[in-house]
Design a protein around this ligand. Structure first.
Ligand SMILES: Cc1cc2nc3c(=O)[nH]c(=O)nc-3n(C[C@H](O)[C@H](O)[C@H](O)COP(=O)(O)O)c2cc1C
Length: 251
């Protein structure tokens, strides 16, 4: 029988039986000391944007987390069929969360038809997940341009030549288009912003902060702005000073 020892978290290693390779046997303990700073008493007074900032800043500082800003964006088509993909969160403030993409892509076309999206970030090292739901809209051309020209020139070229989400014949199609544009802009520092490229800002009306805990008794803290008045339950819910309805949900 052959075992591989693979690192799973900071403090924990798990033996994975490669021969049997049974996913059912993979078990990772979810406890992380720092998550206990959030508790029944203090979370009700928190602002979700501030809490997100705190978690993101901790993730950015943690060298074991390589891409703290990667997040899943889920969109729905007009028939309600969902699709999801990773993007990079590039900006955030107390209004919303911005990512950049091609305007002709599947996600962008779905957002145009139905602007309600869901975001998901998971920082495995801390056993923390943040779910955000809200409405996406395009940011200004100026804001998009500011970000676009901050990207390495190679990424600018790729964004400009790639008809994102369209079928293409082969890799050569991309490489030829890349080389052509690369030589056209050989003597320029940056490319002009492509017409079909933009940022989307997601303005949330729902957050869930998930903190992994021992024996699967995880903590889930919700900040909700779209709960209807008749669904408000005063035994479990409170309204904080920023107008968010705050409650715990079961893991
Ligand atoms: C970690 C990671 C980060 C990504 N970041 C972006 C991004 O910021 N913007 C983007 O358009 N695509 C990004 N992609 C590619 C998308 O996942 C996806 O392939 C692309 O946006 C087309 O998706 P769509 O066809 O659903 O629109 C990223 C992929 C990965 C794995």
């Amino acid at each position: 029988m052959r075992f591989n020892l693979i690192p799973v978290t900071r403090n924990c290693r798990v033996l994975l039986d490669c021969r049997m390779s049974s996913l059912k046997d993979i078990r990772v303990p979810y406890d992380y000391d720092g998550n206990s700073t959030l508790n029944d008493t203090n979370f009700r007074s928190l602002n979700p944007f501030e809490l997100f900032k705190q978690w993101m800043e901790e993730a950015v500082k943690e060298p074991n987390i390589k891409q703290p800003n990667k997040m899943v964006v889920a969109t729905c088509d007009q028939n309600g069929r969902p699709s999801s993909r990773y993007v990079l969160l590039k900006e955030y403030d107390t209004e919303g969360y911005v990512f950049y993409s091609c305007l002709n892509s599947k996600k962008s076309n779905e957002i145009k038809a139905n602007p309600f999206v869901a975001l998901n970030l998971y920082w495995e090292f801390f056993h923390r997940q943040v779910r955000i739901e809200g409405k996406a809209s395009e940011v200004t051309r100026d804001q998009t341009n500011e970000y676009f020209i901050s990207r390495p020139k190679g990424s600018q070229i790729s964004a400009a030549i790639s008809p994102q989400s369209d079928p293409i014949p082969d890799r050569k199609f991309l490489e030829d288009a890349y080389s052509k544009l690369e030589s056209e802009y050989e003597n320029k520092d940056a490319l002009p912003l492509p017409d079909d490229w933009s940022g989307f800002k997601v303005v949330p009306d729902y957050f869930e902060f998930w903190a992994g805990n021992t024996d699967r008794l995880h903590d889930r803290y919700v900040f909700d702005k779209r709960l209807s008045a008749d669904a408000f339950d005063e035994k479990t819910m409170t309204k904080n000073s920023d107008g968010w309805i705050v409650y715990r949900i079961a893991p």
